[in-house]
Design a protein around this ligand. Sequence first.
Ligand SMILES: *Cc1c(COP(=O)(O)O)cnc(C)c1O
Length: 452
Amino acid sequence: MKKLQYERPLIQRLNAGLMNKFGMRTEYTPLTHIDDVSVVKLLEDFGSPLFAISERTIRQTYREATRAFKTRYPKVQFAWSYKTNYINAVCNVFHQEGSWGEVVSGFEYQKAINNGVPGNKVIFNGPDKTDEELKMAVRNNSPIHIDHLDELYRLTEIAEELKLRPRVAIRVNMDTGIYPIWDRFGFNYENGQAWDAINKIILTDKLELVGLHCHIGTFMLSPSAYGIAASKISDLALGIRKKYKRNIEYIDMGGGFASKNTLKGSYLQGVDANPNFDQFAEAICAAILNSGFGTDELPLLILETGRALIDEAGYLLGTVISNKRLSDGRRATILDFGVNVMFTSFWYDHKISPAQEFSNYTEDCVLYGPLCMNIDVIRENVTLPPLKKDDHVVVHNVGAYNMTQWMQFISLRPAVVMIDMEHQPHLIRKRETLSSIESSEVKPDYLAKFKL
Ligand SMILES: *Cc1c(COP(=O)(O)O)cnc(C)c1O
């Protein structure tokens, strides 16, 4: 056996400090390393700002989610929601863990296929699927989730044209006690639209109805809404069995579980207050199990969880550009990343940690981004130790939606690295350059010359 290395015990003085006006210190510990990789070194090597993704956290979170469901229900399948983060390296970690793909556009569909996901494991959602995209999905035997009647009719025609039998599900929307109801997608449960679509699919007999789908909202904080949705969807499946003597292969409960972020205006921190995977799994699995399926006819349970699987794995690293005093005396700190790359700062109070040691003194401040635009605010009010020019900060829980909703506005988009299981960072998306932006521009010849 290898002799273990002696490590001397370390005694550290705990500094409780004084309470601030909210009763406790916030964002107090510096974050100098992410998965043992130095934040300063990452910024030196890859530039500032920089997105860093922890592969370890993705895998741990994914395993935690699958454990929560598989201990409660016999047949569970996750399908990675591409729009939440479709950088290929990220998608592939999920596929390696066993996740299918879930896409909402032709471009995402192609991405999943290019990543090597078999066609029958790419779920095609969304209201906008062109004829070409539908045909591609039918030929690949992908489950197509029908959003509206026009799509149902078009797909029926395509089935005849191609002499193939597309595998379809319908998206169902419903009242789950969460308002406003997300009723713009799919067919409504309460007013009979869902049954109308089911009857049309089964009686015209050109499409194979393999599943029922819902996606009731996003950043949902109430597991009981999923319980209601799962029993309504189960009810439809059991109704189909009763009326047509057919079993549905799967129930797809969509995504929407809250991550650990804190919504603006909430009193408690998301990490303490938001429900965990066990609570969502309990609500969903209990509702399906208790709805009346026989043991050998339980449908596969598909989950399209996005943000709750990736948010905690993502960090945004940046640098202080400057400090100033606002006219009302408040401290303002300008950072080198703004709402252009951190879209989610519009609805979350993201946790932000200094990346270096600091004194006990803290002060309320505003954090601004670098854009020449008034709405570029990262935090309206946060208690932080005073940061100096060139100090570094780390924003937590930015893995979901930022790397897909970021915009190229005023400044170029930063690089993305993934820190692997052996603590090695890999570049997974290059920093944008002027030429990458201009590569899709065309300047007509007659505009090439001017004299000023
Ligand atoms: C966006 C989306 C998801 C993922 O939602 P999250 O809130 O990120 O979990 C899943 N399914 C569908 C149909 C979606 O549109």
